[in-house]
Design a protein around this ligand. Structure first.
Ligand SMILES: *Cc1c(COP(=O)(O)O)cnc(C)c1O
Length: 383
């Protein structure tokens, strides 16, 4: 059996976790702060806020940017449902922007057109959540220029893109956005079992996210509205949640981060080999960008001519134990979103892509033999 993605936990990871399990603090200790520093340093952002999932990180990111009941926010249909759900969970109205059929990321031209229209109708979004699909960065420079014109805030959902680069800088340095969010679910680039992180260069946003992910409560004296010398004193300033990551998870993340560069190079190596070996087939393959825009290759997505071939190849591969997957059915066509009024043909690029795309196995420990077997099966099935 070959899955489409798989985490890796080493003996060293296990030793680190064991060490923390014997610590005084299982949660709210030093390791969470160390992990926040580790990720912020690696991606080149000033501040970080660890959470129990990327979904939680997206919620506190939206909240910190002020998203609420009278607002609108946009994302793309080609993403995991969480990127869209968080907008509704903040009480805001949602809309989508179609993707570019080649990059599978938000289409800057479509974004610009939609913002022009929204301004004319007086319904500009407060923020957009862009998604670095499969680990390839969006065109952040273009998105930033367009959003600046309309005063729209930007959140990067980089759940797929830890270790990816854009213009020679790591995704997450927030040069073109307000907040970037990463996921540490086992299928993603590194794992903390469950976990997420929001990074930003704006101190006030990090403070807000920290408070929101700890019940709205703070022990930081300089944020208090009342004076107190009581040693147990804390203040609730917001209505928050318990979105905390534990120290056990954080130390697993720190240990995994030692291998981040080798993970990304291995994923790129696998991608290159697929691209070389499947080049002669009728399948469309992802383009491999130069190093300064390197993808994290969380996913390797091939495109078939139509849904019929996509389904036939997927079913045959699964029958042979090659567990390919699909990312994603357009969010606006999920029954929940259809009930909100979204319909077919509203975002044609996302819909067409969904009928063609297939995620084939890619993960650091995928062996050459297993990869060759995947390639051979695909070649035979598409002849
Ligand atoms: C995995 C994923 C999420 C959710 O991450 P969790 O850590 O499981 O909450 C959000 N957005 C995208 C694009 C994802 O792939």
């Amino acid at each position: 059996m070959i899955p489409y993605g798989r985490h890796e936990v080493t003996n060293e990871d296990i030793r680190s976790v064991n060490r923390v399990l014997k610590n005084q603090n299982l949660t709210q200790g030093e390791e969470v702060i160390n992990f926040e520093k580790k990720i912020a340093n690696y991606v080149g952002a000033h501040f970080a806020c660890a959470t129990n999932s990327a979904t939680s990180a997206l919620i506190v990111a939206c909240k910190a940017l002020g998203l609420g009941r009278t607002d609108v926010a946009w994302t793309v249909p080609t993403t995991f449902v969480a990127s869209a759900n968080v907008i509704l969970q903040c009480g805001a109205e949602i809309d989508f922007v179609d993707i570019d059929p080649v990059t599978l990321n938000i289409c800057p031209e479509a974004l610009e057109k939609k913002l022009e229209m929204a301004e004319a109708h007086g319904c500009l979004p407060k923020l957009i959540i862009v998604v670095h699909m499969a680990g390839r960065s969006c065109n952040m420079n273009a998105i930033h220029c367009i959003c600046k014109k309309y005063n729209v805030k930007i959140i990067e959902d980089a759940s797929h893109a830890l270790g990816a680069k854009y213009e020679d800088m790591y995704v997450g340095n927030c040069a073109y956005s307000d907040i970037t969010v990463f996921s540490f679910h086992p299928v993603k680039i590194i794992t903390t079992c469950e976990g997420g992180m929001a990074v930003t260069n704006q101190k006030n946003l990090q403070e807000k996210m920290k408070i929101l992910s700890q019940h709205g409560v703070t022990k930081d004296k300089y944020l208090w509205q009342q004076k107190s010398d009581l040693p147990w004193y804390y203040e609730q300033l917001e209505l928050g949640w318990n979105f905390r990551m534990s120290d056990v998870q954080a130390v697993l993340g720190i240990s995994q981060m030692q291998r981040i560069e080798s993970y990304i190079s291995r994923r790129n190596e696998i991608a290159k080999y697929y691209s070389q070996e499947l080049n002669e087939t009728k399948i469309d393959l992802p383009t491999i960008d130069e190093e300064k825009n390197r993808s994290a290759f969380h996913l390797y997505i091939v495109l078939f001519a139509n849904r019929e071939i996509q389904t036939r190849v997927a079913n045959s591969l699964i029958e042979q134990g090659i567990f390919v997957n699909h990312h994603y059915m357009p969010v606006h066509l999920q029954p929940y979103y259809k009930k909100l009024g979204f319909k077919e043909n509203m975002f044609p690029n996302a819909e067409k892509y969904s009928e063609r795309g297939l995620s084939i196995p890619i993960f650091p420990s995928l062996s050459k033999n297993d990869q060759k077997s995947v390639i051979n099966h695909i070649k035979i099935l598409t002849q």
